[in-house]
Design a protein around this ligand. Structure first.
Ligand code: F0G
Length: 468
């Protein structure tokens, strides 16, 4: 064991490959055609035209042999299925909340919770809202406010827990907005801020401030296991603790959680809302029945519930988490050695390229992140996602402003790509970075009112595709 961890530098994927999926090689010419047809929005591509898909780590991971075996145990009873009890046991083993409400994915849990808690005049604080979380808060007329620590807004600032909430700012916010804040959220890890972890000490401090103001604290716990691994590695006094114990500590500091099982549930679909408040749980269950289904399946098949239950056992295994975090850092370290500007320290599920620093000649409202993402696809067939002004630049009143950062996220699906895939990604990113000064910005030619990054269509500002 020590040998593997301390002596050899090569990252060993702690699994063998059990079934394979082909990926299709394409040419730059084919990808130019695909880009134009997609309106330069990588969400619009046919996934067969993608070589390495780093669009998201959500629902794109490989399930284990034991998860596929669990799928065979799926019981599709409408109510009270044994699969529901397997799911409930696995969830409450790590997150001992009184009520667990299954949903088809994370945003369904958000939609239900904020439908009850939100509304005009209300405000929700988060270290950084993920896009669907923000959209679900704003859809109720409430305001979504981000209060991450200052280091969390600076791509190159080094801090072990860059996802931490600014506790003083939260205290002031809860003072100013007294009576209008129904819930405070902490997102672990902080996805929109670079996949950065939150410390137990910070959660404790947030809890204290919430208690003083009598406001409940919820976790957006999508990447809870990665967050717990960072706590074990970086937080004083946590190094010898078991991951499930750290997770239970995180849960014990909160009154509830929303979860996407598509991340650290190691499943391809699923999520839940969990909480302690009986009245709130009842209101949420009533809404669940309207849109998701009966409270013992909530939009999921019995087989999905089984896959999640098994996934929750596997995701807290140390061999898995060590590999997961080390292999993500492997990509970051190689790009850092090549002087590609990155968010540092490296996050758990993704490496974030600092497109604003790489393309200083493209102003934020010409979407440097989108230009870079388009170039990575064009040159190497790599699909990434913009996390910047396209995603966050449009305000609810329809005006536009630069986002805090213009990043491109290379999200790593769990247990899916090998080190040689990642070596290829490194080669392509380096090639594009060396030619970044030739990339052009884009303009939006079509966009919806909310969550525009999913469906907007773009045109290159200059002739030809960005980069041509
Ligand atoms: N919260 C966070 C922090 C997320 O990263 C996501 C999804 C959600 C909530 C919503 O969960 O997709 O199951 O409805 N993030 C994905 C991503 C989509 O690519 O980062 P969902």
């Amino acid at each position: 064991m020590l040998d593997l961890v301390g002596r050899w530098r090569t990252i060993i994927e702690p699994f063998r490959i059990h079934s394979v999926e082909p990926i299709r090689l394409t040419t730059v010419e084919q990808r130019d055609v695909a880009l134009e047809a997609a309106g330069y929005n990588l969400f619009n591509l046919h996934a067969d035209d993608v070589l390495i898909d780093l669009l998201t780590d959500s629902g794109t991971g490989a399930m284990s042999r034991d998860q596929w075996a669990a799928v065979q145990h799926g019981d599709e009873s409408y109510a009270g299925s044994p699969s529901w009890y397997a799911f409930l046991d696995a969830v409450t083993e790590l997150f001992p909340f009184r009520h667990v409400i299954p949903t088809h994915q994370g945003r369904a849990a958000e939609k239900i919770l904020f439908s009850v808690l939100g509304g005009a005049g209300k405000a929700v604080a988060n270290n950084t809202h993920f896009d669907t979380t923000r959209a679900n808060v704003e859809a109720t007329g409430a305001e979504a406010v981000d209060l991450v620590i200052e280091e969390g807004r600076d791509p190159s600032a080094i801090h072990p827990f860059k996802g931490n909430m600014d506790v003083d700012a939260l205290d002031r916010f809860l003072d100013e907005r007294r009576g209008s804040v129904p819930v405070v959220f902490v997102t672990v890890t902080n996805n929109s801020g670079g996949g950065q972890p939150v410390s137990l000490a910070n959660l404790r401090a947030v809890r204290e401030v919430c208690d003083q103001h009598r406001v409940p604290l919820f976790l957006d716990a999508c990447r809870f296991a990665e967050n717990a691994w960072f706590i074990k590695l970086r937080e004083p006094g946590q190094g010898d603790r078991a991951i499930p114990d750290i997770v239970r500590d995180m849960a014990g500091l909160a009154d509830g959680m929303t979860m996407s099982a598509k991340k650290d549930g190691l499943a391809n679909i699923g999520g839940w809302l969990a909480l302690n408040d009986d009245d709130l749980a009842e209101q949420c269950r009533n809404l669940l029945i309207l849109t998701e289904g009966f409270p013992t399946y909530g939009g999921l098949a019995g087989r999905d519930l089984e896959a999640i239950a098994q996934g929750l056992r596997e995701v807290v295994e140390e061999d898995y988490l060590r590999y997961r975090i080390t292999s993500t850092a492997y990509l970051g370290e190689a790009l850092d050695r090549a002087d590609v500007p990155l968010v540092k320290p490296f996050g758990g599920h993704a490496i974030y390229l600092d497109a604003r620093a790489m393309l200083p000649h493209v102003e934020p409202l010409a979407y440097p992140g989108q230009a870079l993402a388009v170039a990575l696809y064009r040159e190497g067939g790599i699909r990434s996602s913009e996390i910047g002004t396209v995603m966050f630049g449009r305000r609810p009143d329809g005006t536009e402003a630069p986002a805090a950062m213009d990043l491109v996220r290379l999200a790593i699906p769990r247990r899916t790509y090998t080190q040689s895939h990642i070596d290829y990604v490194i080669e392509v990113v380096r090639w594009v970075a060396e030619r970044a000064s030739s990339l052009r910005g884009l303009r939006i030619v079509e966009q919806p009112a909310a969550l525009r990054h999913f469906t907007a269509r773009f045109a290159p500002l200059d002739r030809g595709p960005a980069g041509a």
